[in-house]
Design a protein around this ligand. Sequence first.
Ligand code: TRP
Ligand code: SF4
Length: 329
Amino acid sequence: MEKKRVLSGNRPTGRLHLGHLVGILGNWVDMQDQYECFYEVADWHVLTTSIENSGTISENTREMAMDWFAVGIDPEKSTVFVQSRVPEHAELHLLFSMLATVSRLERNPTYKEQINELNLGDQVSYGLLGYPVLQAADVLIYRAHAVPVGDDQLPHLEFTREMARRFNYLFGEVFPVPEPKLTKTARLPGIDGRKMSKSYGNAIFLTDDPDTVHKKVWNVITDPQRIRLKDPGNPEVCNVYSFYKVFADDRVERVGRECRNAERGCTACKKELVEILIDLLAPIQKERKKFEQDPGLVEDYLARGSEKAREEAAATMKIVRQKMGVGRI
Ligand code: TRP
Ligand code: SF4
């Protein structure tokens, strides 16, 4: 039986952190055997919100790609590519833009959030409004069946599904309507308890050295009611415990019990967590060194992946043009 297809992507904003690892990358790595996977560096999407930083995109692409390969995205199994190197996405984006209404795009909750968060006022670009149209083109140009993403991407995926249905209705069946594949792990907070995010400055990066991990874990907020060692703790309100839940399945029960019974101090608890995280990161960092020492290797992988992606995208565009009756057919 032919494998089903998966496409997912991420905007290159630099190095990745543990939140990315548990939120998406783990899922991406696991899917590689079961599915035919396409993983995209969505560099055009970065331009929708930070056109003034376009000069950092190629460096950020390298950093992110190195993290992907280091955690086990395997270019022999998966097609890892750069969006801007597959110009067919732009063509499909243009055609989809005729199927998308402005009012639908203005209702997109992510769009509204971005305008507020970035304080855009009347400085909203046409590109930002069309963000989900480009994302729909990303997914559908590979005729993907599934999209592994975090729940923050669900509105975009819903829009993608609408585009697929609308195109199929108007021009005939071309696109599968893709399903979201959400990660099941508990959400990982950052060191301040909010969602882990680079922009909050609360992230532990995959590239953090042991000292940095130690310093960061030391700043994690524990149960604020617990002042002395003999006070029983409440692990459910402790952020250190959230890390145990995600990264130490086998210890979480014991840690919780010892905390509640005041048999374990927060310092020892943090020390143990630091060790767990260092052990987790060591093999990733070792693998990453290979790419850091040989810059040609990442470029080679991305070049090959992008070429392969381009063939697939071109094949879909041929069908799309034919169905629509536009272009060279
Ligand atoms: N919007 C996604 C994000 O911010 C990135 C993305 C671009 C994407 N194209 C995609 C995700 C296609 C899934 C499928 O992370
Ligand atoms: Fe948190 Fe561990 Fe301290 Fe309990 S003992 S409050 S789980 S750090």
